[in-house]
Design a protein around this ligand. Structure first.
Ligand code: NDP
Length: 273
């Protein structure tokens, strides 16, 4: 039997456990105009953080940031940043940290794109180009973000860097053929492990590997593939972006002061069988 999706009752007046409070902290979340990033930005704001939402093409991010600011009484603003452009990333990290109380506590490198081209031997020039685009958006962007955010973390002596990897960084996710995406996400996990050691004196570095989550990125997946996935997921359903909030909040907050170099898989048990 499928495990039921949780109902989210209004939580007005619920106290936030102090360990999980982000009150007064500055957070940047990339790829946050929709989907997982937007849910994460909302959770951070609910816990008291001032949040900079990064988007690329989805200008709805601007009004969504405004709505979050009004809902939780924090500063929440949207910025258009191309995460594949190192200079753009560096410029915005510095600008935002200065604008948001001269500090940067949390950076979530979440922007990403899927591989939709199928088997690589079917690739022509367009497919080769797409390979580089996936590596650039899903992996290089994490390096660019870490380089820019890490400077602040080192100077301050604290910080939490979180990258969104994927269950596809652990398994090949049959029947989908997505070797370049597998490679990028596996590399994100291992890059962050290395960084956790490098930054052990001043910041924590972790990844989160979502399973199959119903967002825009999964719209391209054919229904037959989704049905096969659901059969393979012990919970027998896709996850919701909201169901990732707790994992990100944990890693961002003081609840995780002894947690670094880890990957939290949130997938309804998909990678287990
Ligand atoms: P979305 O498509 O909603 O989010 C992806 C985000 O990445 C978009 O907001 C998009 O911004 C942003 N983005 C893409 N290219 C760029 C770029 N060059 N510069 C800046 N931003 C960019 O899907 P999800 O919320 O599901 O995806 C979020 C992350 O989660 C991704 O890294 C994805 O790989 C990962 N993931 C998702 C899973 C799922 O099943 N949904 C499973 C495992 C991992 P814009 O729309 O403004 O262009």
């Amino acid at each position: 039997m499928a495990a039921a999706a949780p109902q989210y009752a209004p939580r007005d007046g619920d106290p936030v456990l102090p360990l999980f409070s982000l009150k007064g902290k500055t957070a940047i979340v990339s790829g946050a105009g929709a989907g997982i990033g937007l849910a994460v930005a909302d959770a951070f704001a609910e816990s008291g953080a001032n949040v900079a939402i990064w988007y690329n093409s989805n200008a709805k991010a601007i009004e969504r940031a405004q709505a979050i600011a009004e809902k939780w009484g924090v500063v929440c603003k949207a910025y258009k940043v191309d995460v594949t452009d190192q200079a753009d990333v560096a410029k915005h990290v510095d600008q935002i940290a200065k604008e948001f109380n001269n500090r940067l506590d949390i950076f979530v490198a979440n922007a990403g794109i899927p591989w939709i081209n199928g088997p690589i031997l079917d690739n022509g020039a367009e497919g080769h180009e797409m390979y580089h685009k996936v590596i650039s958006t899903d992996l290089d962007s994490v390096y660019y973000s870490a380089w820019a955010a890490g400077k602040w973390f080192k100077q301050q002596g604290y910080g939490s860097f979180i990258a969104t990897a994927s269950m596809s960084g652990h398994i090949t996710n049959i029947p989908q053929k997505q070797a370049p995406y597998n490679a990028a996400k596996a590399a994100v996990i291992h890059f962050c492990r290395g960084l956790a050691v490098e930054w052990a004196g001043f910041a924590r570095v972790n990844t989160i590997s979502p399973g199959y989550i119903a967002t825009e990125i999964s719209n391209f997946v054919p229904q037959e593939t989704k049905d096969i996935w659901k059969e393979k997921i012990p919970f027998r359903r896709e996850g919701l972006a909201n169901e990732l909030k707790g994992a990100y909040l944990y890693l961002a907050s003081d609840a995780a002061t002894y947690t670094t170099g880890t990957d939290i898989i949130v997938d309804g048990g998909y990678v287990l069988p």
